[in-house]
Design a binder for this molecule. Structure first.
Ligand code: CUA
Length: 326
């Protein structure tokens, strides 16, 4: 019984890592498929070699412990200790290098610039044949079956951009530009996460990745490029006025209004995103209210101060306005 409990406990982290929207072993992209393939080749290969070595050890210590001739022992060392590892490791090196995604050409698809901020993601889409880039944050949408080039930067500290289901991870390094080519193979919603410790809220620096059919993606991008709609309902209008009057626009942009701040995420279409605070909370009005009032408690150390000093009804109106920005 104890043996079973131990086995269950030991296998839990392994098994839970095999499924879900953030698993390198449930690939949904070409690069991730190669990573998973490399993992399985190495795992199975290592298992076979381990079994062979243990088999030899049991053979010489238990099954046939008589002295072996010096000539046979030397031959075993040369073949088993030099030739075999050199061959296996060289083959693995060649196989692994050939899979490196940096060897792939960027293609003529979409170009997306992602900047790692403390602790959120600034996203700029530069679609071909379009003059102005489309700015968003904390959510990346990609067309299925098309190569997209992701250009990665950071203004201050090192982050690591990782969508386990789609590709390997690439660091975002201040003063340098790194790149990643992604080709999603199936539609769905996946999760990305910063994979390099970057400060207090590093663990709260996630993002959603939505892989869509190509025509849906084109429609979405068209919509995302538009400025925010002017609200009609009086309550939402009140929220808009409060948003502008309380200075939110010093840090946030809402295209179509005078809010043009660039310190925080662009909020033009924040209501259509899946999460708030870079994957920290599900996006709904309740959570929006909480995030505005208790920012520093929900996301410690982030640059946005908590706005709990505002009257509750004002926060409610601002949250309702933000939620309406679809
Ligand atoms: Cu950004 Cu860790």
């Amino acid at each position: 019984m104890r043996g079973h409990v131990w086995l269950v406990c030991a296998s839990a982290p392994v098994l839970t890592a095999c499924a879900g929207p953030q698993s390198a072993l449930a690939p949904a992209g070409l690069e991730a498929t190669w990573v998973a393939q490399l993992f399985w080749v190495m795992l199975i290969g290592a298992g076979l070699i381990w079994t062979l070595v243990i088999g030899f050890a049991i053979y010489v210590t238990r099954l046939n412990p008589q002295a072996h001739s010096e000539k046979a022992a030397r031959r075993l060392i040369v073949w088993g200790g030099v030739v075999f590892p050199v061959t296996v490791l060289s083959a693995l090196l060649i196989y692994g290098l050939a899979l490196m995604p940096s060897l792939r050409a960027p293609g003529d698809g979409l170009r997306i610039e992602v900047s790692g901020e403390q602790w959120w993601w600034r996203v700029n889409y530069s679609p071909p044949r379009r003059a102005a880039p489309v700015t968003s944050a904390n959510e990346i949408r990609l067309p299925v079956g098309q190569r997209s080039e992701i250009i990665l930067t950071s203004p201050d500290v090192i982050h690591s951009f990782w969508i386990p289901s789609l590709a390997g991870k690439v660091d975002m390094i201040p003063g340098r530009t790194t790149r990643l080519v992604l080709e999603p193979t199936r539609t769905g919603v996946f999760r990305g996460q910063c994979a390099e410790y970057c400060g207090t809220s590093h663990a709260l620096m996630a993002f959603s990745v939505v892989v869509m059919p190509r025509d849906e993606f084109a429609q979405w991008l068209e919509k995302e490029a538009r400025p925010a709609a002017m609200p009609r309902a009086p309550r939402i209008q009140k929220g808009r006025n409060l948003f502008l009057a309380t200075g939110c626009g010093a840090c946030h942009t809402v295209r179509g209004t005078r809010a043009k701040g660039v310190i925080g995420p662009d909020l033009t279409h924040v209501g259509s995103r899946r999460t708030i605070g870079a994957g920290t909370l599900a996006n709904n009005t309740n959570n929006m209210v909480r995030f505005i009032a208790e920012t520093q408690r929900i996301k410690p150390g982030v640059r946005m101060p908590s706005f709990g000093m505002l009257p509750d009804k004002d926060i409610d109106a601002i949250a309702a306005y933000l939620d309406s920005l679809e």
